[in-house]
Design a protein around this ligand. Structure first.
Ligand code: OSB
Ligand code: MG
Length: 368
């Protein structure tokens, strides 16, 4: 029996601004979902941002979906299992990030009730996750190079840079001059279109691990045209909204790698379907990030424990994102460029109530 659900809207400033082709942000606004039952609390994070750039969802639309549809669904149907929630919530179209935040809280609760680490509940195998760092667009290429040097020294296994028209070929060329061999990948967040074929083909010479989401989310066909024209493997992020989208992308040859984000696909049940399909089809996956707090990042670590997560994930140490993460102890990078999946029941990290309170802008309690 679920006794109550708490929803909170938070804001945390970044230690360093984060700029993509979608714009620059100095901090992050997001939601935390807490579900209470039998003296235990399950935590989830809703990765929608304040504004609809990465996807159409925002913190406001997610709040509305949770308040008006998803939390009432839990109470009305007496749901306490994540898989039951997934099935029922599917009847509402869209709003994957809102659904995922609640589903994740149910998974955490379920694992805490069973007294096992979350990854054991859904078939994880890796206990140490190879990770990379995702670096935004800087004021100058020099500043980006300085950041690459410092994160590479810390031990991150690969560097991802953000690109957009005008911040692409020359930037990659300068990086490759200084670091001929580091594992490097580039993410455009959908900033290009077919008319940019030539410049995208030119990126082939930099031996990138992959090129992530050059075209907008719904352009699977154009991605398949580009993939046929270049050597560099394409990786899709924004386009992969469901298992069906993943299947269509694979059938069309729109990518050779998939980035899985639990928020974008609407929860862990869908993550597992995409993961299992990619595994059967020989498509490696890795775990994308949305600059989550320690709560969302802990969930991502458990997800990246699944067997077909074969490339370094966008999962970095707490201090790369926030001065004071919501969890204590924080998430740390090991010297060998991995992060350990937290041990202990559920997500295995301890959210600090005081810190959550300090960052909270709005909160509400819901009861059956
Ligand atoms: O495209 O992967 C992306 C952050 C916000 C929105 C989109 C993306 C990102 C990142 C951050 O690249 C990765 C991380 O959380 O470390
Ligand atoms: Mg991306």
């Amino acid at each position: 029996m679920i006794e109550r659900v708490e929803l909170a809207l938070l804001h945390l400033p970044y230690v360093h601004f984060f700029e993509t082709s979608l714009g620059r942000e100095e901090g992050r606004t997001f939601l935390i979902v807490k579900i209470y039952s039998e003296g235990l609390c399950g935590y989830g994070e809703v990765v929608a941002s304040a504004d609809p750039f990465y996807s159409y969802e925002t913190t406001s639309t997610a709040w509305l979906m949770l308040e008006n549809y998803l939390i009432p669904l839990l109470f009305k149907k007496g749901i306490s299992r994540a898989e039951d929630f997934y099935r029922e919530a599917k009847k509402f179209r869209g709003h994957p990030m809102a659904k995922a935040g609640l589903e994740l809280a149910l998974w955490d609760l379920q694992a805490k009730k069973a007294d096992v680490p979350l990854w054991r509940l859904y078939g994880g195998i890796h206990e140490e996750i190879p990770v990379g760092v995702s670096l935004g667009i800087e004021n100058s290429v020099r500043e980006l190079i300085e950041r690459i040097i410092s994160f590479w020294r810390e031990g991150y296994k690969r560097i991802k840079i953000k690109i957009k028209p005008g911040w692409d070929f020359e930037v990659a060329k300068t990086i490759r001059k200084e670091f001929p061999n580091i594992p490097l990948q580039a993410d455009a967040n959908g900033a290009y279109s077919l008319k940019d074929m030539e410049i995208l083909k030119m990126l082939d010479e930099f031996n990138l691990l992959m090129l992530e989401q050059p075209f907008p989310p719904y352009d699977l066909w154009d991605h398949s045209r580009l993939q046929k024209a270049i050597k560099t493997p394409l990786c899709l992020d924004e386009s992969i909204l469901s298992e069906d989208a993943a299947r269509q992308a694979i059938e069309m040859g729109s990518c050779r790698i998939i980035n899985i984000k639990v928020g974008r696909v609407g929860g862990l049940v869908e993550v597992r379907k995409i993961h299992d399909r990619c595994r059967r089809e020989g498509i490696p996956v890795w775990c994308g990030g949305m600059l989550e707090s320690g709560i969302g990042r802990a969930h991502n670590l458990h997800i990246a424990s699944l067997p077909n997560f074969k490339l370094p994930s966008d999962l970095s140490a707490s201090k790369r994102y926030y001065k004071e993460d919501l969890i204590d102890p924080p998430i740390e990078l090991e010297a060998d460029g991995t992060i350990k999946v937290p041990v202990g029941p559920g997500i295995g990290v301890q959210p600090v109530d005081e810190r959550i309170k300090k960052a909270t802008i709005r909160e509400e309690v819901f009861r059956p």
